[in-house]
Design a protein around this ligand. Structure first.
Ligand code: NAP
Length: 304
């Protein structure tokens, strides 16, 4: 029996663990895949305060992990598949075990969204990627496309331009959702080309990607781009399917909370990218983790 179980070891879960440990709560973090969550798919983070030159994402996460372990919080690699609750008792199920706690913080994060076009399933791992850090070096001196117009598309296009001969950013509008500073940096790159007001209709090839069929949404003209890689960064979907019958979710599956990060179930809190919010950054995930741990601490206090 733990006082607190945290689901997920991304920045939100690790910060919640740090605060919970410092409040003296017996705390377990359960993580299904990898400590750090989806931010470790990016090589570097430039907008986390305190690091004027940016910091390698792995280095930042390693510091967070050590800090959590220093306050006595254990991280166990197991996937949470279900949460049940009965007044103050919360049951957290993995395929192997059931864990018990007085309170739970869900910080299960989000995953890359698929583009949903013809050819996408066929060429995953054969030219299509959702991770520039993992696969970028494979495209040295090749022509590649990046799809999307948010922070990730811009960040990763800049990163990929280190390796690729040419990078096309294909975005469905002419304005970018991502930050101005990244847009300007991408525009300064001689290797990055913009294909705006355009959507991908199909990704084609024999064994591997060779061509992307694009349609201009204003002129309706269709064209083809020869490229050997397609990196897709068109947003995220929350990792909340295991909670569908447990908590109130919004129409996209993000967990609805109040400002203290309480969910619809008493004693269950949510933090980070899995939560309905206006901004999803590492720094806001950390802020969420701190608030959720504070709320969980207040909730647990009468039952101590
Ligand atoms: P995002 O900000 O939601 O942007 C998604 C982009 O993909 C948008 O430009 C969107 O176009 C486009 N898009 C969505 N569906 C599409 C479709 N079917 N076809 C073509 N284009 C489509 O997502 P993201 O850039 O992947 O970033 C995910 C989250 O991580 C965001 O909340 C972001 O702020 C955050 N992030 C944080 C950091 C950090 O903390 N340092 C770094 C990177 C990312 P429209 O603009 O037209 O909607």
């Amino acid at each position: 029996m733990y006082e607190l179980i945290i689901v997920g070891a991304g920045p939100a879960g690790l910060t919640a663990g740090l605060y919970a440990g410092r409040y003296g709560l017996s705390t377990l973090i359960l993580e299904k895949a990898v400590v750090g969550g989806q931010i470790i798919l990016s090589e570097k983070i430039e907008n986390f305060p305190g690091f004027p030159a940016g910091i390698e994402t792995n280095a930042l996460i390693e510091k967070m992990r050590k800090q959590v372990e220093n306050v006595g919080v254990k991280i166990l690699m197991q996937e949470v598949v279900k949460i049940e609750f009965d007044n103050t008792l919360k049951k957290v199920f993995s395929p192997e075990e059931v864990f018990f706690a007085k309170a739970v913080i869900v910080a299960s994060g989000a995953s890359a969204r698929n583009l949903g076009v013809k050819g996408e399933d066929k060429f995953i791992g054969r030219g299509i990627s959702y991770c520039a850090t993992c696969d970028g070096p494979l495209f040295k001196n090749k022509e590649i496309c990046v799809v999307g117009g948010g922070d990730r598309a811009l960040e990763e296009a800049i990163f990929l331009s280190r390796y690729a001969k040419k990078v096309y950013i294909i975005h469905r509008r002419s304005e970018f959702r991502g930050s101005h500073i990244l847009e300007e940096e991408a525009k300064r790159s001689k290797k990055i080309n913009f294909v705006l007001d355009s959507v991908v209709e199909e990704i084609m090839g024999e064994d591997r990607v060779s061509t992307v069929k694009i349609k201009n949404v204003k002129t309706h003209a269709s064209t083809s781009l020869n490229c050997e890689g397609v990196f897709i960064f068109v947003g995220i979907q929350p990792n909340t399917t295991f909670l569908k019958t447990t908590l109130n979710l919004d129409k996209d599956g993000f967990i609805i909370t109040d400002e203290n990060l309480k969910t619809s179930a008493e004693g269950i809190f949510a933090a980070g990218d899995c939560r309905a919010a206006i901004l999803r950054q590492v720094v806001t995930a950390c802020g969420d983790g701190a608030i959720a741990a504070h709320s969980a601490h207040q909730y647990i206090a009468p039952y101590k």
